[in-house]
Each structure stands twice: as C-alpha cells, then as structure tokens.
Design a binder for this molecule. Structure first.
Ligand SMILES: O=c1[nH]c(=O)c2[nH]c(=O)[nH]c2[nH]1
Length: 307
C-alpha cells in the first residue's frame, strides 16, 4: 500500500431544525442549524468499503430531530452536549463527535394597536421577526421636473407559528400536497413602496418616520392576519400600508414561502404534535403582487423586488 488514511470524519451537515414549544397560546421558538461530524474506528469503510462501523449520516439527522422532540432545545450548548454524548456513548466505534450549531434568534412582533378591530392583545404570542436588521433600500429618479421615490426593504424574516392554513386548492393528477389546517407561515420579506410625492412644491414626506410606520403596519398585518394563503397575507400587508400611509400609493412584495415541514417521528415511537419542523431553504414558493391605491398607476417594476 502506498497511501494511508489521514484525519477523517463524517455526519450530516446543516440539519435545519425548528422546535416550537407551546405554553398555552404563547409559543416559543428555537431555530438551529446543526452539523454533526463523527470520527473513530473508520479505517475499514475507507479501505475496503465495509460499513460495519458506520452509523448512517441519515441516522444522525434523525437523531437531531428526535432529540428536539424528546428533550426539547433549552440552549444550543445543552442540545449539542446531549447529541455529542449520545453518539460517543451509544456507538462503540465512534470515539469523537463534533457538533456545530448556528442559532437564529427570533423576537416577538410588537403590535401597538392591540385593541384594533383586527386582533386581541395576545395575537403577538405566535408572531416572530428574526433578529438582525433588514436592509433598507431606496431609488430616486428625477427628470428635471418630476420626482419618483420608491423605497423599501429586503431580508426581513418573519414567522407565524400558528393561524395559517392552506386548503381548498386545485388538485390535478400531479398534486400530492396535503391540506394544512395549522401550519407555520414564514417568509423573507422583500417590499417596495412608491411615494406619491412628485413635485418640489408639494410637502415632502418625513422619510424616516414614514419608513418606521410603514414597516410597523406591514409587520402588524403579518402578525394579525389569520392566513388562508400567503397571497392573502401579502394583500393584507400591502393594503394596511396604503390605508394608513397617505404618502404611499403603491406597494409591491416578493414573498418566498419558507416551508417548514413537520418531521415524521413515528418511526422512533414519538408523536410530533406540531413541535418539530424541518426548515427547508429551497425549493420555495414565490408569491409576488402589487397593491395599489384605487386610481393609482402601477409603476414599481415587476422584478424590482427581486433585486
Ligand atoms: O400560501 C400558499 N400559497 C400557495 O399558492 C401555495 N402552494 C403551495 O404548494 N403551498 C402554498 N401556500
């Protein structure tokens, strides 16, 4: 033999697990990206192809989801310790486990008008916005006479852990989707809104205040809409802005449907009571639409929200 095997490790990388804990109607989220790397007595599989010592990477993935259900996710550290101990202690050939975890933090969407006709004060208990700032964008065009200002944001990630359904859709011979009566609704908002200010002589909007208020109305509409489709939620977000912000005549959104699939834990004798989800990053549904003030022209370019 002229070669020898050096350092080696294996496992399933980037297991996206979302754990919802339901404390009455107050929900808590833990959202992790867990990578498992195992090493030990793995010479044979490399040299001869014998899998006798190999715990499948698929099993390491299942373990992540099963542990999320069985033990919950108190902290990324506690969860990682638990997994590492399990792999090393339960499998003779495995002598080392390295668990790497990224955690995505979420905070509750704050609604100011808790007494509005749309909601009760507790709606916010299942509506979250991912921590970290969105990117604010604007485009100004001037032809010497008229101004056009289109502002917006991208990469604002939001989630409702309940109050979302999707059913009653067309079913053809290729349809396999099961109807959902209580699903997670999550999206990464990209939105643009066009101001009706066109002329120096008109009073200029307060751009800073307008941005904050527009974002607030958008988030509140997301949190407070009992959703039968992302399309319906999108329309509510846009119309809430138009109805509350007289300086804006047109809103366009591009909303990827960030799918969260319930993990089947039955094979491990565990019941998944809407608690453990696989957060897929692709493929995703992409829902896009413009909402206009009655009589206003549609001027925001169709593809602008995808930039
Ligand atoms: O809110 C949704 N809108 C759709 O058009 C759609 N299509 C799909 O498969 N899931 C969903 N969800």
């Amino acid at each position: 033999m002229t070669t020898i095997l050096g350092q080696n490790q294996y496992g399933k990388a980037e297991n996206r697990v979302v754990r919802i804990t339901r404390d009455g109607d107050t929900h808590h989220i833990k959202d992790l990206n867990v990578s498992v790397a195992l090493s030990g007595d793995m010479d044979d599989v490399h040299y001869s192809g014998s899998n006798a010592n190999v715990l499948p990477t698929d099993t390491t993935k299942n373990t992540v989801y099963a542990f999320a259900k069985e033990y919950g996710i108190e902290s990324a550290e506690q969860f990682g310790i638990h997994l590492a101990r399990w792999f090393v202690n339960s499998q003779e050939p495995i002598s080392r486990a390295r668990i790497r975890i990224e955690e995505y933090a979420w905070e509750r969407i704050q609604t100011s008008d808790a007494n509005s006709k749309f909601i009760g004060a507790d709606e916010v208990k299942h509506s979250f916005v991912r921590k970290g700032q969105e990117t604010r964008v604007t485009q100004i065009t001037y032809d010497g006479q008229n101004w056009e200002v289109i502002s917006g944001l991208k990469d604002l990630i939001v989630m409702n852990s309940t109050n979302s359904e999707f059913w009653g859709y067309v079913k053809d011979k290729y349809t396999t989707l099961q109807e959902a009566y209580d699903r997670i609704l999550a999206t990464q908002v990209s939105g643009r809104w066009r101001f009706n200010w066109t002329d120096d002589e008109q009073r200029m909007p307060n751009w800073e205040k307008s941005y904050e208020a527009t974002k607030k109305h958008m988030l509140e509409a997301f949190a407070e809409t009992y959703s039968l489709s992302l399309q319906q939620t999108l329309y509510q977000m846009g119309s809430r802005i138009i109805n509350h912000r007289s300086e804006i005549d047109e809103v366009r959104f591009s909303l990827p449907n960030k799918h969260h699939f319930l993990v089947d834990l039955e094979p491990f004798g565990l019941k998944n009571d809407n608690e453990v989800y696989f957060a897929a990053d692709r493929m995703y549904g992409l829902i896009e639409a413009t909402i206009l003030r009655d009589g206003a022209d549609a001027r925001i370019p169709v593809d602008m929200t995808n930039l």
